[in-house]
Design a protein around this ligand. Structure first.
Ligand code: NAD
Ligand code: ZN
Length: 360
């Protein structure tokens, strides 16, 4: 038996207000005046002085505001990389992503593609990246995806929605400042938070589970229940704890895998552009046959926070479109193998997935 030797985030700082240390953290990493730091910042923070005034720009450093209506595409990454190469005479000193899963994934992907030739679509998959990325930093402003800790960056390409999974993908530095999440709108807080909850359920109920992923998964699962089902936490405690739940959920799936909800949510995302967090919620709501205990808890959380999920998003789809979603979902073999076991192909039929999609 060969055990996989996983990379991790090299450095992490945690605490309310730790974002103030950004400049101090970056300064020693500067490679000279022609090698800028590029800050990708979620455009929800445009004009938000409270956050942006704490980003110190020197020499040729730039803030680039990123719209987050849509999830990142490979063509978008290639364009961002080209913009940097055309504008600067040297490679940047570092890429910093400040935002949710979208912006963090963009920062990771750009850092990788600055040192790896060709188009990002050619690196979607597992361990296709050849050269280390440039220094990259992740700063979440919403909690749940685990993108701050994972070894992937999820991209939609011309042929597939699939991550660039590699040993060079994880951030070199992460800043976990829960205060940055204070203005997240409630619905979005729930959807992205549920991404974490679903990571735990899929990891803890998967066949890939081991003591490592179980220990992280159980902690995150417990934190999610405290945050989403109890009324005992202050706002600040809830923010702190959700940020740690996200981290632990991400650690848990690092050594195991996600499952049915993620596989099917990728189908919705690819065909209809449904975003990751809400897509997982839409799918998970119908998965009582696969995750009875988790789905029951999810429904309680949904009711407690008065969340209305979109209904009937697949009602008017044609057979061809259902087939596309089913193809995308079934292509994610490790997810199914984790969820069901090695014999998953005898259990999961196209008909079953079609019936599930038709309910959504
Ligand atoms: P997101 O990045 O789409 O952000 C959701 C919304 O919240 C956006 O509208 C954003 O503007 C807003 N927002 C973020 N922080 C805010 C703040 N502090 N105040 C107010 N508004 C704020 O959502 P997400 O759920 O964090 O990320 C989803 C993305 O992450 C998808 O692209 C998905 O594929 C990816 N993902 C990646 C991994 C990974 O391991 N790399 C894991 C899960 C999901
Ligand atoms: Zn997820």
């Amino acid at each position: 038996m060969i055990y996989k030797n996983y990379p991790m985030v090299s450095r992490v700082v945690f605490g309310r207000g730790s974002f103030n240390q950004l400049d101090e953290i970056l300064t020693p990493k500067r490679n000279g005046r022609n090698a800028p730091f590029i800050f990708y910042v979620d455009d929800v923070f445009k004009g938000n002085h409270w956050l942006t005034s704490r980003i110190t720009l020197s020499y040729k450093d730039r803030i680039i505001y990123v719209p987050t209506k849509e999830e990142p595409k490979t063509s978008q990454i290639d364009q961002l990389v080209e913009d940097i190469i055309l504008e600067y005479s040297e490679l940047p000193s570092g890429i910093i992503g400040i935002g949710g899963g979208i912006v963090m994934d963009i920062a990771k992907a750009v850092a990788l593609m600055l040192t790896n030739k060709g188009e990002s679509k050619d690196y979607q998959g597992w361990d296709l990246i050849k050269h280390p990325a440039i220094y990259h930093v992740g700063i979440p402003t919403i909690s749940g995806t685990g993108a701050e800790v994972s070894r992937t960056t999820i991209l939609t390409g011309p042929e597939r929605k699939l991550g660039i999974n590699s040993d060079y993908t994880p951030f070199d530095q992460v800043i976990l400042d829960p205060e940055l999440t204070k203005d997240v709108p409630k619905d979005q807080w729930f959807y992205t938070g549920m991404d974490c909850f679903v990571h735990c359920v899929e990891s803890l109920n998967g066949t890939y589970l081991n003591a490592f992923s179980q220990s992280y998964g159980e902690k995150a699962f417990e934190l999610c229940q405290e945050i989403f089902l109890e009324d005992t936490l202050s706002k600040e405690d809830a923010q702190d704890k959700l940020m740690m739940a996200s981290w632990h959920g991400g650690m848990s799936i690092a050594y195991s895998q996600v499952g049915v909800a993620h596989a099917m949510s990728y189908g919705l995302g690819y065909l209809l552009g449904v975003k990751h967090g809400i897509g997982n919620c839409i799918v998970f709501d119908h998965l009582e046959d696969y995750y009875p205990e988790g789905v029951a808890l999810f429904k309680k959380m949904k009711a407690k926070h008065n969340i209305q999920l979109p209904q009937g998003i697949c009602t008017d789809l044609e057979e061809r479109q259902f087939n596309t979603m089913i193809d995308v979902a079934l292509s994610l073999e490790p997810l199914w193998e984790n969820a069901i076991g090695k014999n998953w192909k005898t259990v999961i039929t196209r008909q079953k997935l079609l019936e599930l999609y038709k309910k959504m």
